[in-house]
Each structure stands twice: as C-alpha cells, then as structure tokens.
Design a protein around this ligand. Structure first.
Ligand code: SF4
Ligand code: SF4
Length: 437
C-alpha cells in the first residue's frame, strides 16, 4: 500500500543511527540555570521573583504576560541570583532570570487530575498554567492553539510523531520509552474536541514506534496510528495535515480552518504531565549528536541548562566542529557560543565536522528544475530567489513566495548550490515586517 505523504520533499542522510539506540538519561545541571522570559511567541513573561528569593523545583518564577504568552517555572531549587539580559540561542540578548542551583531538588507538590472528570475550561487552564508552548520549534502557547472558535468543528487532532529532521532522535526515544504518556496526552486533548479523531502520525523509519503505538491504541476507538513515508519535511504542519487527512491549507490559514489541530509529540506528553500529573513544563528531551560529538546521547534536560553542560555530558568533542547547530540541520540555528540556555523549544545540539553549506560556492542556475520538484509548497524557488534578490516585493507575493515554509529542500537539492532558501526567507521576513507596521 502506498505510504501517506505529500508532493515534493527530499531524502537527506538522516544520521539518526548515532543516537537512536541511546536511552534517555536524566541530566542534572551543575551550573546556574538561565530562564529567558521570552521563550515563546507572544508577550514576554513577567518575573514574580527577585534576586535573593529562594525557590523550589516546580515553582512559578514568571507569570504569563498576556493571553498569548506562557509562565516560566524553576526547574531546580535554589536562589535567584539576578534578572538581567543574557545571550540566547538566536544570538540576541533577552531578559532572563538566573537561578543558582542548590542541588537539593526541593520540590513543590503537584495536584494530579483526571481529564475525564474535568471541564474544557479546567483542562485548558491546566495547560495554560503549566506554561506549555509548541515544542516542535515554534513555541506558540498551546492553550491558544487548543482554543479554536468552534471546537465542535475540529475533526482531527494530530500528534506529530514524524521527527523528519535528520539526526534528531528525542521524539523517537520519547515514543519508545513513554508511549503511555503519548497516548494519554492525545486522549486528554481529545476531551477538548468531542467530534475529533486522534491521529498519531509516524514515519515508517520507526517501525518499533508504530508497533508500540498500535498495540497501545488497539481498543481506542477514537485514535488511529498512521504510517507516513519517510521524507523531509514530513513533520511540517501543512505537509503532515495533507499526508494524514488530504486537507490543504495555505499560509494565511490556521489548521483549525481545515478542522485540524496539530501538536508535536513532546507537547502532547507535556499536556499529559500538566493535566494528569499536575506538573508544569520543566524538562525537554535533547539529542546531543553529530560526527564531532564523542558520545552522542539523548538527555532529559531541565529547561535553563546551558548547552555547554550538555556537550560536556556527551563526552565533549572528539573532532573540531565546523558547524554547531541548535536543532536539526535543515531548520535549526547556527550557534556561535555554547554557553546559552536550553529553552522549552530545545530539541538538539548538533556538531558537524564539515559545514557542507559554507564550503560550496554558489554558481549560476542551470535550469534543471530540481528545486521545483523538491518544493513541498509547489513553488518555483529558482524564480522566487531571483525576485527576492531584486527586492521585487509585489512580484514575490504574486508568485506565492509567502507560501514558502522555509524547509530548505530547494537549497539542499540545488546542484548550483544557490542560496535559495536564504534569499526567499529574507524576503518573507521583510514582507512580514512591512505587514506588521
Ligand atoms: S521555496 Fe520554501 S517551501 Fe519551497 S523548497 Fe524552498 S524553502 Fe522549502
Ligand atoms: S535546482 Fe538550482 S540549478 Fe536547478 S533550477 Fe533550481 S536553482 Fe536552478
């Protein structure tokens, strides 16, 4: 049977063998914890502690700054050292709460609950209070995403278990080691959408995950496990929705406009932890990997831990890296400094001995059409990049440049090594900024 998928896409080397068989290990931070007040889309959180305050693990230290915002919690016990600007992954300095770890792990008590006994408002309030944001990278507050205008019109709640980015194995290990939480989290979300079917969408390069999830959901009449073709960017929201439901949306639509709600698998587990166990979002599973890393691993990390500590915990570097990336190689950010904090959206630290991109000089387009074939948004990347380089905003919009999901497939496939994604991405940013004004 043909596997569920979308048009376009690419098959890059996936590098997952480096860390896929390494079970999740808990990493206890050694140094200070740094909590950016902006680690989500929306208003920054507002501190509710001051320097000198003692806090416990699981204690709220910053309140949501509005409806589209999320609170922040201490992930260890200790003393608030300062509230000051610190460098974060994207290179900017943002206001952060710095906590000195007392290594006592004194913890608040949590209040477990049963989602079947809760009202819709109670479930949403627990998710909001727990500070959950989209953990697939976007960082959009989850309670907002789960509050569409017409919940009765949601037909599908999709758990994104694709993990299509090369090298990343944090979701894979999560599904293998905590499948009950994945299913429990999806069932919790389904309580919010009475007419919806739950879908666990998994790429077929994870047959063990597919089996475990199918076994666990055999008697769940509202949950389907769907096998997806292994192809990048299978886990991108629009591609995942199309592959699992055949519904299409464009950049000006929300998944709810086509009756869907999509959450990354780690977000689904965070929802389980919040609603069923009463625990706020405090941890991430982070893959530390790449051919420059001595001992690639998957760690359960306290949010706020420095990436430098994680690198040391994975045995440090065995070779000089040319490229260090926070996240996957296709959509991650280049890191120029390792001593920056992990956030709620952290998924990987990738250290590669070769920077394939920077060593290739772009040359003239040979009109081979490969970028067009690879584009999952059915665009003509070669043309859009030309237009972007000429700063022709009107033409860029007319040719649907705003539909680009910045997946990087065109740059990856281009034999002339043109910086297609980079040009298109910059133009999109300028147009989005203009629209905001
Ligand atoms: S144009 Fe955008 S959506 Fe299409 S392949 Fe390039 S980066 Fe991906
Ligand atoms: S893949 Fe590269 S060389 Fe081929 S048409 Fe696209 S831009 Fe031109």
């Amino acid at each position: 049977m043909a596997k569920l998928t979308f048009a376009g896409g690419i098959h890059p080397y996936d590098g997952k063998e480096l860390s896929k068989d390494k079970p999740i290990t808990d990493y206890l931070p050694k140094g200070d914890l740094v909590y950016p007040l902006s680690q989500h889309i929306g208003a920054p959180a507002a501190p509710i502690v001051k320097p000198g305050d003692h806090v416990k693990t699981g204690q709220k230290i910053a309140e949501a700054g509005g409806f589209v915002s999320a609170p922040v919690y201490a992930t260890v016990s200790g003393t608030v050292k300062s509230i000051e600007p610190r460098r974060v992954v994207v290179g900017d300095k943002v206001m952060c709460i710095v906590l000195e770890n007392d290594h006592q792990y004194e913890e608040v008590t949590y209040e477990p609950g049963d989602p079947e006994e809760m009202s819709r408002e109670e479930i949403l309030s627990r998710i909001k209070e727990a500070g959950i944001v989209g953990m697939g990278g976007a960082g959009f507050p989850t309670h907002v995403k789960l509050s569409p205008k017409e919940p009765d019109k949601i037909d599908y709640v999709i758990a994104n278990c694709a993990e299509c980015e090369p090298y990343l194995t944090s979701d894979y290990r999560r599904i293998l080691e905590e499948p009950e939480k994945v299913v429990g989290g999806l069932k919790t979300i389904l309580e919010l959408f009475p007419n919806a079917t739950g879908i666990l969408g998994v790429e077929d390069n994870k047959p063990d995950c597919i089996k475990i999830l199918k076994d666990l959901t055999r008697d769940e009449s509202r949950i389907l496990v769907k096998e997806l073709a292994t192809k990048y960017p299978q886990g991108a929201e629009r591609q995942l929705i199309y592959a699992t439901t055949k519904r299409k949306l464009n950049s000006s639509m929300l998944p709810a406009d086509v009756g869907c709600v999509v959450n990354n698998v780690d977000t689904v587990v965070a929802i389980y932890n919040a609603v069923v166990l009463g625990r706020p979002l405090m941890h991430r599973i982070v893959t530390v990997t790449g051919d420059a890393v001595a001992d690639p691993r998957n760690f359960r990390v306290c949010v706020g831990t420095s990436y430098k500590e994680l690198m040391d915990a994975a045995g440090g570097l065995k070779a000089e890296p040319e490229k260090i990336i926070c996240g996957g190689p296709m959509m991650g950010f280049s890191l120029f400094e390792l001593d920056v904090p992990t956030t709620k959206s952290a998924s990987a630290l990738l250290c590669l001995t070769k920077d394939e991109v920077s060593r290739m000089e772009p040359s003239a387009c040979i009109n081979c059409g490969r970028c067009v074939e690879a584009c999952p948004s059915t665009l003509v990347p070669s043309r859009l990049a030309d237009i972007a380089e000429r700063h022709n905003k009107e033409e860029f919009v007319r040719l649907d440049g705003m539909e680009c999901c910045e997946c990087g497939c065109c740059s990856f496939i281009c034999p002339a090594k043109r910086h297609l994604t980079q040009s298109i991405k910059s133009m999109r940013k300028i147009i989005l900024a203009d629209r905001k004004k």
